[in-house]
Design a protein around this ligand. Structure first.
Ligand code: OOG
Ligand code: NI
Length: 464
């Protein structure tokens, strides 16, 4: 009966399309961002025919402006565990552990995403998923109040849970069930204009940390942003005001480079949305909540631990020099400091590869170029140089904690951030998740190693 099931990749495709439609409807400014991204992408492509043919060859031209990721924030361990099961139905698995406490955001996170290359090619949609850490609230009274409120909410519909159970029991879902599953699960991410708390409690949670209010006061983990891919992030950042949307102060991540590394992101600032608060006597008080925004991303090569250490160090140098102010007043200085620091990160593919700063895949280019070079892993660089072997950068499919913190902060308002003690706790996170997260470095290293093995085996087969 297995062939009666829809593939998880197809369910994820339907889910990301449904999320996109819902979010455009809920946050009209997001529709404006999509239009801007698609305008800039088509202009970039018309100027750069090489890029166009490359995307065409990869088969990614059609889905160019589709969403690449979104983000949610959960309040309870069991919500995270059920979310893991829901995402597994769509072929999305937890990759990476991100501790945001060190950046003064009281959450820790993972990214649920497709892992296999074929699945990523079909639809790379990921959800950056954070779990609130109430243990970081200092005020004990407020902490137990928040806990009690969270304890009473139910973020999944009965229909969604039944279909998750069914998918696990049978090993998949039929087309009809998959359609129902997407519709039921969508309910979890919907915006609720009526809060579950009084205005006073909202204000107290909000002053403990805006993010705590965002998680605790609502019926569910409203999707807080979606993120399409842009071919020119600097251009989208520059044009946002012309389209009537207000960009965050700076682009997160590395500066503009010849050879893109890791991930660059920016967003338009979250908008204030009207909310009714429910008082003890049942009456309603009108207020507003600012949490939801739109983001864009541009990805480059995945870095090795050595490359990542260099990236982290250079980013630190730049930020020691100029700390980007939320109001954008020193954005140009920050940009300069960033560019200056990153002059120390090699900016040609060959050096990045030879110095083992980034991950690459290898393939046979021209067997006749092997000549008398012995075929072995030790001679790989010589084989590349001779033109026998070609390589391409492995694209980074994950996230960056400092960038994520910048995205969180700029959408939680411009007040100075509350400080938390740095306290990563991957074990506690995995306990809540009910599974271990995949280590992203090990994963990229395995992709590289497998490609080398395949490539050498093919060359040897000819040599023999
Ligand atoms: C998530 C922020 C992290 C990213 O792109 O780095 C993120 C959030 O604000 O909940 O999505
Ligand atoms: Ni994001």
């Amino acid at each position: 009966m297995t062939n009666a099931f829809v593939s998880p990749d197809q369910i994820r495709q339907a889910f990301s399309a449904a999320m996109s439609a819902m979010y455009r409807d809920e946050v009209p400014a997001y529709g404006v961002l999509l239009k801007l991204v698609s305008d800039v992408n088509s202009r970039t492509l018309s100027r750069n025919s090489e890029l166009r043919s490359q995307l065409e060859a990869e088969g990614s031209l059609e889905r160019l402006s589709d969403e690449r990721h979104g983000a949610i924030r959960l309040g309870r361990a069991d919500e995270l565990a059920m979310m893991r099961r829901a995402f597994a139905v769509m072929g999305m698995f937890p990759v990476g552990y991100y501790d945001l406490s060190e950046a003064s955001v009281p959450v820790h996170s993972t990214a649920f995403r497709p892992v296999e290359q074929a699945s990523l090619n079909q639809n790379p949609f990921r959800i950056f998923t954070s779990l609130l850490r109430l243990d970081l609230i200092r005020d004990e009274g407020l902490r137990s109040e928040a806990q009690a409120i969270l304890a009473k909410r139910k973020i999944f519909t009965d229909g969604a849970i039944a279909l998750i159970d069914k998918a696990e029991a049978q090993g998949g879902l039929s087309a009809q069930d998959a359609e129902r599953f997407v519709a039921e699960l969508l309910e979890t991410f919907r915006w609720h204009a009526t809060a579950r708390v009084s205005h006073d409690l909202y204000s107290r949670l909000h002053s403990a940390h805006r993010l705590i209010a965002d998680v605790v006061c609502f019926r569910g983990p409203h999707i807080n942003h979606l993120t399409p891919r842009t071919l020119d992030i600097d251009e989208v950042q520059r044009l946002m005001p012309e389209y009537g949307i207000s960009p965050k102060a700076v682009v997160e991540g590395p500066p503009t480079r010849e050879c893109p590394i890791l991930l660059r992101q920016t967003s338009f600032k979250a908008i204030a949305e009207p909310v009714s608060f429910v008082e003890a006597d049942g009456s309603k008080v009108q207020g507003a909540h600012t949490a939801r925004f739109g983001e864009i991303e541009q990805r480059g090569v995945a870095l090795t631990p050595k490359g990542r250490a260099l990236y982290d160090r250079l980013l630190d140098v730049a930020r020691q020099d100029v700390r980007p102010a939320p109001d954008g007043s020193n954005a140009a200085e920050y940009q300069k400091a960033l560019e200056a620091a990153f002059r120390n990160f090699p900016d040609d593919w060959d050096t990045i590869r030879r110095e083992k700063l980034g991950y690459f895949t290898y393939r046979v280019a021209d067997r006749s170029c092997v000549g008398d070079i012995p075929v072995s892993e030790a001679t790989l660089d010589r084989l590349v140089e001779a033109g026998a072997v070609a390589c391409s950068p492995v694209i980074y499919e994950d996230f960056l904690p400092v960038s994520a913190a910048g995205i969180f902060q700029s959408n939680l308002g411009d007040d100075p951030a509350q400080e938390f003690v740095r306290s990563p706790n991957q074990r506690l996170f995995e306990e809540a998740l009910g599974a271990q997260v995949l280590n992203e470095f090990e994963h990229y290293a395995a992709i590289e190693a497998a490609s080398i093995k395949r490539c050498l085996a093919q060359l040897e087969a000819v040599a023999a």
